[in-house]
Write a protein that binds this ligand. Structure first.
Ligand SMILES: *[C@@H]1O[C@H](CO)[C@@H](O)[C@H](O)[C@H]1NC(C)=O
Ligand SMILES: *[C@@H]1O[C@H](CO)[C@@H](O)[C@H](O)[C@H]1NC(C)=O
Length: 472
């Protein structure tokens, strides 16, 4: 909330000017008018953001809880041995001239830095052994489910089922062999299917199995294992009481560029695969779906060779797109969209298009979901410059609203491991909307139009105490 957070610095700033008055040549009326002005402003702000006592209490607790998460945590890593020990493979790829880049090292499975980005099994987050009270998240570490297996839910998204008061995490199960279909093909894993995990606390995840399996034998089927299924997202439709899954469907060379739809009676499946299509006849690669407060849902997809995004409302049953479509972020070459909404404004985080390699995230905002969408800048805070320029070596996939903590979200991203895709990691970090954008591209008479979106780096963090109970 911009107003609340601005109030304190304003009050402090105005203080000294009052105190120096005795020594200055200011007249009494000026002092009175200054004070009056300040009180009027204070009144203006407090009426603007009038809340009941309960809401105020929740907000105060909330602010205290969030302060810890907003602490800027620096990150450093060293390269002392890098030059001598560069692997021959990396050397070959880069050639003798090009200086070593951290991204090259990150992608090189034999790099010394490997264990920094992909810590080994000994450090895994393990709900069977770790302190169940603290429930710390460690972005980038292996994350085990309640049976002790690494969670397989890549490019995923969350669904909160209100009736069951349970979160469901859907994502690609990539627990197979990583290979290249041909020399120029991207690293891939055959389709295994969409995994689902359930949790009450966003930390302890129970494997609910593969809720939409790939197809082993039918070569003409969209889900045949040699095709591509990415970024599955599930919405609950209140009218039909069904769970609808949208996903990116492609062939091995990414030329099909379609969306697929599946439906289920239950959040834990089984999902029945319905069909795939090119929405409005356009290519659709990275995509997501978003359900608004009014129950209307939208498909957002990268199109025209990933140079722009398209947004389209879904039909009432969520099983298809409507005819309406708008082009957004035209010419900006963004993918991996993740949408959320706060205080009537729509926000989106996207990544650039560099395959499995990480790149800089951008935040965007819009008053109307159909656009125009404006680009605000890089939301990443903390870590170090390279961390911020690579989205902490990860790529956005989803933003989870925390219903009890207005303005607070969990940013979900994938740290892809193209040499061993099944070992790709999850980078979950606190995301806040609030404060003034420090890198705003759009100004309105000198005032930034949008609140800042910040994703704070933490090596270790946890959700604030009682975040679930804070729900109103
Ligand atoms: C194979 O998949 C296609 C496309 O989904 C379908 O029309 C056909 O019936 C399937 N064949 C078998 C044997 O299941
Ligand atoms: C994918 O591309 C390769 C190389 O161009 C080609 O040999 C192969 O037939 C293509 N596969 C499909 C399914 O389009």
């Amino acid at each position: 909330m911009v107003g609340t957070r601005r109030l304190l610095p304003m009050a402090l700033n105005s203080h000294p000017s009052v105190r120096v008055l005795p020594g200055s040549r200011c007249t009494l009326p000026l002092v009175v008018w200054s004070l009056f002005g300040f009180i009027a402003m204070f009144y203006f702000y407090s009426t603007l953001h009038r809340h009941s006592d309960l809401e105020n209490q929740i907000r105060l607790n909330h602010l205290a809880m969030m302060r810890e998460l907003e602490e800027v945590e620096e990150e450093s890593f060293h390269f002392p041995t890098l030059r001598g020990k560069r692997s021959p493979r990396a050397f070959k790829r880069r050639g003798p001239r090009k200086p070593p880049s951290v991204i090259d090292e990150f992608l090189d499975e034999s790099s010394d830095l490997r264990s920094f980005f992909f810590p080994d099994h000994k450090t895994a987050i393990d709900p069977r052994q770790d302190d169940d009270v603290n429930k710390y998240l460690y972005p980038g570490r292996i994350w085990l489910d309640t049976e002790g297996n690494p969670i397989q839910a890549h490019g995923g998204g969350l669904l909160f089922d209100e009736r069951r008061e349970t979160f469901y995490w859907y994502g690609e199960n990539k627990d197979g062999l990583t290979y290249h279909a041909h020399q120029k093909g991207a690293a891939r894993v055959d389709i295994i299917g969409v995994s689902c995990y359930s949790s009450k606390d966003l930390w302890t995840w129970t494997n609910e199995g593969v809720v939409l399996p790939g197809d082993e034998t039918n070569i003409t089927h969209d889900l045949h294992k040699l095709n591509v299924l990415e970024r599955p997202k599930v919405l609950y439709n209140d009218k039909t009481d069904k769970f609808v899954m949208w996903m990116h469907i492609d062939d091995v060379n990414y030329t099909k560029a379609s969306v697929g739809v599946a439906v289920s009676e239950s959040p834990t499946g089984p999902f029945e695969y319905l069909y795939s299509k090119r929405p409005h006849g356009f290519e659709s690669r990275d995509m997501t779906v978003f359900k608004d407060d009014d129950g209307k849902a939208y498909l957002i997809y990268s199109s025209e060779d990933n140079s722009e995004l398209h947004i389209s409302p879904l039909t009432d049953d969520y099983l298809d797109v409507t005819n309406e479509m708008r082009r957004i972020l035209v010419g900006q070459h963004r993918e991996a969209p993740a949408l959320f909404k706060y205080q009537g404004t729509y926000y989106m985080i996207t990544s650039g298009c560099t395959g499995w390699a990480p790149n800089r995230a951008l935040a965007h905002a819009a008053e109307s979901i159909m656009g125009p969408w404006e680009t605000m800048g890089n939301p990443c805070v903390g870590g170090n410059k390279i961390f911020r320029m690579t989205t902490f070596f990860s790529q956005s996939t989803y933003v989870v609203p925390l219903p009890g903590l207005p303005g607070s979200f969990v940013f979900m991203a994938d740290r892809w491991n193209p040499s061993e895709l099944r070992d790709s990691r999850y980078v979950w970090l606190p995301l806040r909307v609030g404060g003034v954008a420090d890198e705003p591209l759009e100004y309105n008479f000198g005032f930034p139009l949008w609140s800042r979106v910040s994703v704070y780096w933490h090596r270790r963090w946890r959700l604030p105490d009682g975040w679930m109970n804070a729900q109103t």
